[in-house]
Design a protein. Structure first.
Length: 171
């Protein structure tokens, strides 16, 4: 059966609650701004489903809480957006690749499965991990010094122009 609420003041703005074996409980609304609005006992909006969309809107400060202790939280406070993990384990983000990007699709970090991790400045790759180590594009500025083990070699030039090394007793 279906329960239909017809007490709205606007003609034709009816809502229905029904059930099907395939879909389970179905709640349908027909509001002018939101099809469904869920409020708590203090008459405060918990979330809405805007008319004609499949979106769920939470008000600023409204949180999606997951886990028995609400360990994982996803929310927006009106100024900033948060993914907050307060559990005892790590926050794992899994995928065949991972990209952190700006809203205008500028890359910040690109992680490739079985490949490199790349860091970007202003959408230009500056640091890349490789099978042999790392590749840095641009200047490297040190605020102090570079510690290297004995027998490490610094090569300057495109060929074997100049090698700088220390063998433990001689430089």
């Amino acid at each position: 059966g279906t329960v239909e609420a017809t007490t709205d003041t606007a003609a034709g703005d009816n809502a229905a609650m029904g059930y099907t074996a395939a879909e389970g409980l179905i709640l349908t609304g027909q509001g002018s701004t939101s099809d469904i609005t869920l409020k708590n006992d203090a008459d405060v909006v918990v979330f809405t489903v805007p008319t004609g969309t499949d979106d769920i809107l939470f008000p600023d400060g409204g949180k999606i809480l997951m886990g028995a202790g609400s360990d994982l939280q996803l929310y927006h406070d009106g100024s900033h957006s948060y993914i907050e993990d307060q559990g005892t384990g790590d926050l794992l983000i899994r995928g065949n690749g991972l990209k952190l990007r700006s809203p205008t699709d500028e890359d910040f970090i690109v992680c490739t499965t079985n490949g490199s991790v790349d860091l970007y400045h202003d959408d230009t790759k500056k640091f890349e991990t490789t099978a042999a180590g790392v590749t840095i594009t641009g200047d490297v500025q040190l605020s102090s010094h570079l510690d290297m083990p004995d027998n490490a070699i610094v090569k300057l030039g495109t060929g074997d122009d100049l090698h700088i090394y220390h063998d433990g007793s001689h430089s």
